[in-house]
Ligand binder design. Structure first.
Ligand code: SAM
Ligand code: DTB
Ligand code: SF4
Length: 361
């Protein structure tokens, strides 16, 4: 029998056991984690560029060490998305199929009834998701929207699954109303660097995004914030985006890293250079190093990724995925395909009890 240690760290004195077991998962002692990295909020752009510039193997090794110091290895959290109000958005985000500015074939729908949303959450939970994320194509929600969504949050929360919402810009009062309804996470992405942001969206500013993130934080909601890779941005933009996220007053609890899903009709699909897969993996690795405690989510774009690329993303420190056949309006790998990949890799899907025990992130 192997010794079961409660800490992820092995004793430094004496002979280490052949295996270290943590939370029921045993790993060779040679894979023991290095000490937890301190949390920093003062990253500079040159420092982060230097992380990106490391030899690929060194970067992945570094990221995996940070990962193992802060997280249970070989475990992935699964979130399911539902578009509760689709299409007709007045914003002009150049990547988004739901903007009224682009002809993408996405129909404009009214907000879903509460009971239908709760049914979908129940199905997601039964399929193994531990977080249910409700997305709405809003610039910002109106009072009546918040009332209806608060009811959804109350009923979905009562199922015992974590809740997340992404509804566009929020006032401080709205953030408090969502918190009072029992919301756990609010997703609001910075998407890119401040300078590249201006090139992809003209109807709001980067500061608007940061203001909503402040409102969410101040309401004691957990922040989910990340961005998109593959919009034609440079590595400097990707580094800038991660510096913005890491230098927030608190690191986001979840950091979704999306690969652009190029949807016909959106400006970015017109002439988008497909991003190099290894550069995408580097972005995940740097996110893991800068924000050690966060859940880094391998988000949109997985349908177009090989198993090998997703595996490298997990090795780089991704420990969360969107799970279920659909994202908001576009596809995601089938549940069976995801289960088969996780089985092959011997990665466990985090259970609700493990999510609850983790408490944060
Ligand atoms: N309207 C709200 C907002 O913009 O915050 C919430 C929904 S919006 C669809 C949520 C996020 O999805 C965006 O911030 C963006 O990062 C991501 N997203 C949207 N379209 C995408 C695409 N085609 N490919 C990858 N990510 C996308
Ligand atoms: C996030 O970062 N990615 C998700 C979620 N947060 C809301 C959305 C991805 C959307 C991909 C395009 C679509 O399905 O419409
Ligand atoms: Fe609207 Fe959000 Fe899409 Fe932008 S990303 S167009 S705000 S739904």
């Amino acid at each position: 029998m192997n010794a079961v240690v409660s800490s992820p760290f092995l004793p430094v004195d004496g002979l280490p056991p052949a295996q270290v077991c943590q939370d029921g998962l045993c790993q060779p002692a040679s894979l023991r984690p290095s000490p937890a990295s301190p949390l920093r909020h003062d990253w500079t752009l040159p420092e982060v560029e230097a992380l990106f510039d490391q030899p690929f193997m060194d970067l992945l090794f570094h990221a995996q060490q940070v990962h193992r110091a802060h997280h249970v290895a070989n475990r992935v959290q699964m979130s399911t998305l539902l578009s509760i109000k689709t299409g007709g958005c007045p914003e002009d985000c150049g990547y988004c199929p739901q903007s009224i500015h682009y002809d993408t074939g996405v129909a404009r729908d009214d907000m879903m009834p509460v009971a239908a949303v709760v049914d979908a959450a129940r199905r997601a939970q039964a399929a193994g998701a531990t977080r249910f994320c409700m997305g709405a194509a809003f610039r910002s929600p109106k009072k009546r929207d918040i009332e209806r969504i608060a009811q959804m949050i109350r009923e979905v929360s009562a199922l015992g699954i974590e809740t997340c919402a992404t509804l566009g810009m929020l006032t401080p009062e709205q953030a408090h109303e969502l918190k009072d309804a029992g919301l756990d996470y609010y997703n609001h992405n910075v998407d890119s660097s401040e300078s590249y942001y201006r090139k992809i969206i003209s109807t709001r500013t980067y500061q608007h995004r940061l203001d909503t993130l402040a409102a969410v934080r101040n309401a004691h909601l957990k922040v989910c914030s990340g961005g998109i890779v593959g919009m034609g941005e440079t590595r400097l933009d990707r580094a800038g985006m991660l510096v913005t996220l890491a230098n927030l007053p608190e690191h986001p609890h979840s950091v979704p890293i999306n690969q652009l899903v190029a949807v016909e009709g959106t400006p970015l699909a017109a002439d988008h250079p497909v991003v190099d897969g290894l550069e995408f993996v580097r972005t995940i690795a740097v996110a893991r190093i800068l924000m050690p405690q966060a859940q880094v989510r391998l988000s949109a774009g997985r349908e177009a990724m090989s198993e090998e690329l997703q595996t490298l993303a997990f090795l780089a420190g991704a420990n969360s995925i969107f799970y279920g056949e659909k994202l908001l309006t576009t596809g995601n790998p089938d549940v069976e395909r995801d289960r088969a990949l996780l089985d092959k890799l011997k990665i466990q899907a985090e259970t609700q009890a493990q999510t609850d025990a983790r408490g944060c992130c």
